[in-house]
Design a binder for this molecule. Structure first.
Ligand SMILES: Nc1ncnc2c1ncn2[C@@H]1O[C@H](COP(=O)(O)OP(=O)(O)OP(=O)(O)O)[C@@H](O)[C@H]1O
Length: 724
């Protein structure tokens, strides 16, 4: 019986087909799997055909419907593992198949594909302009080094003629084999050969460094070595699952850097994955949960947390999708929730009706005003609230003595002993006041819940945390208390460049140690390279600390170096207008271009603004002009049509084909009210400013294909690096 594998290109084709054609593909595959190899070759129905013009003699086509052909890679070494490479209309399938060649990567042992015809044309083109060339892009690296990194003869010849990174870029996959291209891209970005080997090759399990010493790999082995692009269909249930459920690629194919952590057999403690926007961190978290569910014991409960209720709902849906019908029974062992909801629930369980209720921001401000009323203090409510949140609750201080002794990390003002005593009195008054009203700030709720949970003992065997960059130390204490320190206790994913709330955390000081168990994702699956570059330059020179290392003693910097996308598109547009009316008029035109000319559905477009007032104005204007629009905060389901409109904060974790960021004015970004004045606290001032930069970065990186930025009146200085 032949074995069957499916390539990522095949799955991508299948997703785009109409349902009836999908069904015929399914039928053809079932027929294929029911035959022996000789029957397959003899079958008139399948019409397994060798192509005269094919560059790879193992390539065949099979008949799927009257007009569709499947493209297959057939083994020629006596093995029986066939790979379905594409399914496409007849001529397209034949044309594609004739130009491809499959080979085994010398370093990774994985199967790779190239457009051999296009690469030969490139050789001719570069050959013609060769003699004029100055220094070459890869001249620092010897042929042997490149060969050890998996570069083969044809790619080596092409690498040798590249002068600039752009020369390399014109040969990007699908022209060049993706793994070899990735190696060259890393080298072109200044990584050493050693780094490249560590990050791209050793991570796949290779231990032999030199090409000459590596054992030969058979076609079947090569296919099985390529789980990021090829999946073997191991049973009828599996095929059904792949073909009948939602065919989103992230469910099936993971980048090796994603797979290595998601399916790691067991970490000896907490582990952490970081990476820029759209690098598939959430996807890794979901696969990790699946792995822990499948390999864990029946009673092991798992907590999966994220930042907002809306994101928790989306995570729950995605997890159900990933588990599919076959693993649906495991879902009952997972709680998907925010840390705040978890803390509130723990308090309700412990104290019943006496549990405090969360305090609104306005009620908190009034409570600080009341608490400070009888003192003649040199600090305003904002300072008091920050001191309470960022020192007292962050460090979990309980007594005036502890407060007198503590190091006020992250605060830029000196506060002497006498002043601390006065501050403590005010904070105590605040706490008593809100407690007498049966309420507490969210951070207080977490602080109280963490203490209760620490006493009652761990509730979960594993905790998986998405959007880890925005959690406050009190929230981390809740998580720490939920799970005992042991193997695979905490799995954290986050991006410090997307930190949009005022939180600084030293995970080490909270008893969470990830050293030696960290990984960084660099390939963006969401946005085009043009959107990425543009957005990343918004953060040029900003001092972004590493995830969980904000303790000054640890204090390294995170960077977006090597962060890239294989997708390409238009450079983002940035335009200023004389008035808001003119800006919104241009927005309507932009949306019409996206829908009418580019064929984008309104629900695949988002407009975002710094404030709710502008969000409302945008919705009103769009509706007035006949463009359907809905507010993201009203939680429109996937079936609801209309352009999505949201504040920048609400864009966290979302993605859209096209995004317009409006009202990027000097007044809105940075928003003065959100930034502590430097004279009140210099350190806090810098931290708040950085959060505003990150907010704009988050908004822009939600875009997949197109991004448009606009303002009216004076432009925000944050756009200076990109808008000239
Ligand atoms: N291995 C993969 N193959 C195909 N698509 C992927 C893969 N991994 C992630 N994606 C897609 O990339 C997009 C971004 O993924 P995800 O939301 O997990 O990224 P993220 O790093 O958590 O993003 P952010 O931090 O910006 O919220 C999603 O559309 C996801 O489906």
């Amino acid at each position: 019986m032949p074995r069957l594998a499916l390539s990522d290109d095949f799955v991508a084709d299948l997703v785009s087909l109409q349902r009836p054609v999908q069904k015929e593909v399914n039928d053809a595959i079932q027929m294929f799997r029911s035959m022996t190899v000789p029957q397959l070759h003899a079958s008139k129905g399948m019409h397994l055909e060798k192509l005269e013009r094919a560059r790879d003699r193992r390539i065949r086509t099979i008949r799927i419907t009257k007009s569709y052909r499947g493209v297959l890679l057939a083994p020629d070494d006596g093995s029986e593992l066939f790979t379905l490479l594409r399914v496409a209309p007849h001529d397209e399938a034949i044309n594609w198949a004739c130009k491809r060649a499959y080979s085994v990567n010398g370093a990774t042992g994985g199967l790779e594909v190239r457009n051999v015809e296009a690469l030969e044309q490139m050789e001719t083109y570069f050959g013609a302009k060769e003699d004029a060339a100055p220094a070459r892009l890869f001249e620092r690296h010897s042929d042997t080094t490149l060969c050890d990194l998996g570069i083969d003869d044809q790619v080596l010849r092409l690498a040798r003629v590249c002068v600039t990174a752009e020369d390399l870029m014109v040969m990007a996959p699908p022209m060049m084999p993706a793994d070899q291209y990735e190696v060259l891209e890393f080298l072109a970005n200044g990584y050493s050969a050693e780094d490249v080997w560590e990050q791209l090759i050793a991570s796949r399990g290779q231990t032999i460094r030199t090409a000459g010493d590596r054992p030969a790999v058979t076609l079947t082995e090569a296919i099985l070595n390529t789980p990021d692009r090829i999946v073997e269909v191991t049973g009828p249930g599996e095929l059904e699952r792949i073909l009948t459920e939602d065919l989103t690629r992230w469910r099936i194919f993971l980048h090796p850097a994603q797979r290595r952590f998601a399916y790691h057999p067991g970490f000896n403690g907490a582990a952490q994955v970081t990476g820029g926007p759209g690098t598939g961190k959430t996807v890794v978290a979901l696969h990790r949960v699946r792995h822990l569910l499948r390999t864990g014991r029946d009673g092991d409960r798992i907590l999966l947390t994220t930042f907002t209720n809306a994101m928790a709902a989306a995570l729950r849906d995605s997890l159900a999708l990933l588990l599919g019908e076959s693993d649906a029974h495991l879902l009952g062992r997972v709680d998907v929730t925010t840390v705040d909801s978890l803390a509130a629930r723990a308090l309700r369980e412990a104290r019943g009706a006496a549990a405090p209720r969360p305090l609104s921001a306005a009620a908190e401000r009034s409570a600080w005003t009341r608490a400070a009323a009888r003192e003649d203090l040199p600090w305003n409510e904002q300072f008091l609230s920050q001191e309470f949140r960022n020192v007292v609750l962050a460090q979990g201080l309980r007594t005036p003595e502890e407060y007198l002794r503590c190091v006020r990390k992250g605060r830029g003002t000196q506060v002497g002993r006498v002043q601390r005593a006065r501050l403590w009195r005010v904070m105590e008054r605040f706490t008593d006041d809100v407690a007498s009203r049966h309420s507490a700030t969210y951070t207080q709720l977490c602080d109280q819940a963490a203490r209760g949970l620490a006493e009652s003992g761990p509730r979960y065997r594993h905790v998986v945390v998405d959007e880890a960059q925005d959690l406050h130390p009190a929230q981390w204490r809740v998580l720490r208390a939920c799970v005992a320190p042991q193997s695979d206790d905490l799995f954290l994913v986050g991006d410090p460049h997307q930190r949009i709330y005022d939180t600084r955390v030293s995970l080490r000081s909270l008893g969470i140690h990830v050293r030696g168990r960290t990984s960084r994702l660099r390939l963006n699956y969401r946005s085009t390279e043009e959107i990425l570059r543009w957005s990343a330059s918004l953060l040029d020179g900003q001092p972004v600390g590493r995830l969980g290392e904000d303790d000054e003693a640890e204090g390294g910097r995170d960077s977006l170096r090597g962060y890239r996308s294989q997708l390409h598109g238009r450079i983002p547009a940035a335009h200023g207008y004389p008035s808001q009316d003119a800006e919104l008029g241009a927005l309507v035109d932009q949306i019409r271009t996206w829908t009418d000319q580019d064929g984008v559905k309104p629900s695949e477009i988002a407009v975002c603004a710094r404030f709710n007032t502008l969000v409302d104005a945008v919705i009103a204007r769009l509706r007035r002009e006949g463009v359907p629009a809905v507010a993201v905060k009203d939680d429109p389901g996937p079936g609801t049509s209309g352009v999505r409109v949201a504040t920048m904060h609400a864009m966290k974790g979302l993605e859209f084909r096209c995004v317009a960021v409006v009202g990027v004015t000097a007044k809105a970004l940075p928003f003065a009210q959100q930034v502590t004045p430097a004279e009140v606290d210099q350190v806090q001032h810098q931290c708040d400013l950085l959060a505003e930069h990150c907010l704009l970065f988050v908004a822009c990186t939600r875009a997949r294909d197109a991004l448009a930025i606009s303002w009216n009146g004076q432009r925000s200085a944050m756009l200076d690096p990109v808008a000239g």
